[in-house]
Design a protein around this ligand. Structure first.
Ligand code: ASP
Ligand code: MG
Length: 421
């Protein structure tokens, strides 16, 4: 059994969907469960739609119309038969979204609304793809992943309930997957009470790993627009080169530091079940790509990861007291409450500094809470975080940093990180 995962870029238009169809056909008779993301940049659009619905802004209708037209156009291009059920199917999802727009009330929970609205991106894309494949002569079975991936009720970052999920996937999907190609969604799940949840942005890789873990799959293949895992982002750094093989541990570190090629939570379930992960190019499926987890050999190359949209939060004790354990404990617990994740941190006698992703609403709430506890708080925005992993082999950092202001630096044995402007 193989698990395939196709991200948004691999299904961004009709031609890309046809390409996915060819890759699935080439898999032949071996059973494949296919996890697919929302098409192109749909998730960003649906995030904007969520905000507009929540604010009861007129913009909601325009965004909805734009997302609808984008999908209907792809559907028309793929299935040239106006009586095919796919057209109705697709339009129906948009009717459901329109109903939400009418019924959402001020004061309803934002994160719960987010999960309901944004999850449609995956439902719609998989429905179109499944129908297109049937139309093009590739039998398959469409499944709603929310019936199998159970999470707790932490909206937008649902935590998987492993026992129930494993049970449901094995019991309900395993027999079906032996007989038919399965098309299902990444990123989405549901609470035990039936409320839609999501696993965090870019969470479809993680979904693929969850299905693989539950089904004891032989391998997972993530199909990307790059030739595999590379030691830097090729769009940014011309020296970037592909890595043929990498251990689970190194891949986890790279994902953790922000290498966007694999979602950070993906490796753990695969490592637990000993399932190799292949990262391959949907543009050129003949290239072998990268295999993760087949061996433990050390990496021979330095890796460069840049995260943009970072900010540096600076916290000082209000009364000129040392930042001691009790302060740190209060700071961390406030950060946890507001889900502010520390990418890098440092502290001195009077200061605690933490670099985090830019998330204006959450950060503002966290800063207010810290001020209420008596801390002095300031923030610098629009920064980048450069991580050099496997730094013993480094040869490019000097060039990357030239002309940049370094605001904070952290040195570890294998890794050095710079917060830069
Ligand atoms: N569509 C979701 C996102 O863009 C999940 C994913 O692509 O993995 O974040
Ligand atoms: Mg995506």
């Amino acid at each position: 059994m193989k698990i395939y995962k196709f991200g948004g870029a691999s299904v961004k238009d009709a031609d890309s969907v046809r390409n996915v169809g060819r890759i699935l056909k080439a898999a032949g008779n071996s059973p494949v469960l296919t996890v697919v993301s929302a098409m192109g940049k749909t998730t960003n659009k649906l995030e904007a739609l969520t905000r507009a619905i929540h604010q009861r802004s007129d913009e909601a209708r325009d965004i909805l119309a734009e997302v609808r037209e984008f999908h209907l156009e792809i559907t028309r291009e793929l299935v040239d038969d106006e009586f095919n059920p796919v057209h109705n199917d697709t339009a129906n999802f948009f009717l459901e979204l329109e109903c939400l727009l009418e019924t959402h009330a001020e004061g309803d929970d934002y994160d719960a609304l987010y999960d309901t609205v944004v999850g449609y991106g995956e439902l719609i894309s998989t429905r179109i793809i499944s129908n297109y494949l049937l139309y093009a002569g590739t039998p398959n079975h469409w499944l709603d992943a929310r019936n199998f991936i159970l999470t707790d009720d932490r909206h937008r970052e649902g935590r998987v309930q492993w026992n129930e999920t494993g049970f449901l996937v094995r019991r309900m999907i395993a027999p079906l997957a032996q007989k038919s190609l399965i098309i299902t969604q990444g990123f989405i799940g549901k609470t035990r009470q039936g409320a839609p949840t999501t696993l965090g942005r870019e969470g479809s890789d993680y979904s693929a790993a969850i299905f693989a873990w539950a089904l004891k799959a032989d391998e997972v293949v993530i199909w990307k627009d790059v030739p595999g895992v590379m030691n830097a982002d090729p769009r940014r750094f011309p020296f970037a080169e592909p890595i043929a093989s990498i251990s689970y541990a190194d891949a986890t570190e790279l994902a953790y530091y922000g290498a966007s090629v694999i979602h950070p939570k993906t490796i753990q379930p695969l490592q637990q079940a000993g399932i190799p992960l292949y990262v391959r190019s949907f543009v050129d499926p003949a290239i072998p790509g990268t295999v993760v987890g087949l061996n433990d050999l050390p990496l021979e190359v330095p890796c460069y990861i840049v995260k943009d949209r970072q900010c540096l939060l600076n916290v000082r004790s209000g009364d000129f007291n040392f930042i001691a354990e009790d302060h740190l404990s209060a700071i961390f617990s406030t950060m946890a409450t507001h889900r502010i994740h520390a990418n890098v941190m440092q502290h001195s006698a009077l200061n605690f500094s933490v670099c985090t992703d830019e998330q204006p609403e959450r950060l503002q709430a966290c800063m207010d809470a810290l001020r209420n506890l008596g801390f002095q708080v300031s923030v610098m925005e629009n920064l980048s975080l450069l991580t050099v992993y496997n730094r013993q082999h480094d040869q490019y950092t000097g060039g990357i940093l030239s002309g940049r202001e370094i605001l904070m630096e952290q040195n570890l044995a294998h890794t050095v990180q710079y917060i830069i402007r």
